[in-house]
Design a protein around this ligand. Structure first.
Ligand code: HEM
Length: 94
């Protein structure tokens, strides 16, 4: 049995299936977020998220310089980790 709070790994191929405004997943720092419900609340606009839907949006997210509040908010939408084989090696940003 899996332990509580252990998330199943999600492949990039699965993330790519969720690439629509009403079914919108993104990868940020090897973590997968379901932003479908957040889309209409995003201060950076719906279209920016539509553009990132179904793909790795780490660079876009970091380029904006999102605040610590934004980083806190995103935890609510975390649904699991990207499958190990699809991860890019990433050096710590901070
Ligand atoms: C869970 C994911 C995300 C959360 C919780 C989030 C949250 C926020 C928040 C709170 C702001 C207001 C400014 C700030 O506090 O930093 C913001 C602005 C913005 N976000 Fe996001 N965001 C997310 C993902 C993304 C992604 C994936 C992109 C790009 C593809 C993006 C692009 C932007 C842009 C362009 C702005 C406007 C910046 C400005 O006005 O200068 N965001 N976001």
């Amino acid at each position: 049995m899996a332990e509580a709070n252990v998330q199943p790994e999600i492949t990039l191929a699965t993330v790519k299936e969720h690439n629509k405004p009403n079914d919108l997943w993104v990868v940020i720092d090897n973590k997968v977020y379901n932003l479908t419900k957040f889309r209409s609340e995003h201060p950076g606009g719906e279209e920016t998220l539509d553009d990132a839907a179904g793909r790795d949006a780490t660079k876009d997210f970091e380029d904006v310089g999102h605040s610590s509040e934004a980083r806190e908010m995103m935890k609510k939408y975390y649904i699991g980790d990207l499958a190990k084989r699809d991860r890019k090696v990433q050096l710590p940003v901070r």
